[in-house]
Design a protein. Structure first.
Length: 131
């Protein structure tokens, strides 16, 4: 596509592998609620998959979470079962993007149409004046 139509967004080249613990390592949580099963609720979104996990109430029960309070605080500022959650599900953070190098940023800026067209026209005009 060209002209006034924007470019389509591309899927990221990086994919993150989700490692599921073995069923005996899932205790005290439901064995059906592996990290990959929870990820599949988000990408792609699937109501059938949500129903197969027992719906919202099944997920809350399997994760031992109260729908009104969430994760109850224990002494020390950590929620109850924090160590088990960290062991089974890992940290709750989005992986960061790898920053582009300065050269990659320069190349991306150069390959945009206006600078590219100006560069071509300057080369052609300079070649005409020197010959």
């Amino acid at each position: 596509m060209c002209g006034i139509f924007p470019r389509r967004a591309q899927k990221p080249a990086e994919t993150y592998q989700i490692v599921d613990p073995s069923p005996d390592q899932m205790a005290p949580f439901s064995r059906n609620l592996t990290p990959s099963a929870l990820y599949n609720l988000v990408d792609p979104k699937s109501f059938d998959h949500l129903r197969s996990l027992g719906g919202t109430s099944g997920i809350l029960e399997g994760l031992q979470t109260d729908p009104r309070v969430g994760l109850a605080d224990a002494e020390g500022g950590k929620p109850a079962g924090h160590d088990d959650r960290l062991r089974v599900y890992g940290e709750n953070r989005v992986p960061g993007k790898v920053p582009k190098s300065f050269l990659a940023l320069c190349w991306a800026a150069y390959t945009v149409r206006p600078p590219l067209a100006l560069s071509r026209s300057s080369r052609s005009s300079s070649s005409r004046t020197f010959h």
